[in-house]
Design a protein. Structure first.
Length: 146
């Protein structure tokens, strides 16, 4: 498993340990982690603090050129909101741990020129399957379903 995805998985585990949703993300520029985060909606009472958004927030302000050299690692396929952030900042590459338990607008991202790599990580799948089975209402809230 890629070292950066391992860090994203660590972030996902931190989120779960805090009572949140086990999704983690890492932003990498030139083989250096510049931001990392995890889904903290439950912990902060935020409607928008998904892992990718937390990661971007923790990276701080970057230049357009830096974003265009970045790779975003996420343990789960990014949702519409997080995909929008990828498009807004023109992040060219997203490495996805898994998209079995949830699949965001991947084809739309591809149509806009974003390279997606899906790892089909058993560890990422297991984290989400266990969480969804134990917390179905919270999961549906996170993805905007009833």
């Amino acid at each position: 498993m890629d070292e950066f995805m391992q860090v994203a998985i660590e972030e996902a585990r931190m989120g779960a340990a805090e009572g949140g949703i086990p999704i983690g993300a890492v932003l990498v520029i030139g083989k250096k982690i510049v931001g990392r985060g995890h889904n903290r909606r439950v912990q902060t009472g935020s409607p928008t603090l998904h892992a990718e958004v937390d990661c971007l927030e923790n990276a701080g302000r970057l230049t357009a050129q830096e974003y265009r050299q970045a790779v975003l690692y996420s343990t789960l396929s990014p949702c519409d909101m997080c995909s929008g952030a990828v498009l807004l900042y023109k992040i060219p590459r997203v490495i996805i741990g898994e998209h079995k338990t949830f699949r965001g607008p991947e084809e739309y991202l591809r149509s806009r020129g974003v390279e997606l790599v899906v790892l089909d990580s058993e560890e990422c799948i297991r984290l989400m399957e266990e969480f969804i089975a134990s917390n179905p209402a919270l999961w549906k809230e996170d993805i905007g379903e009833e």
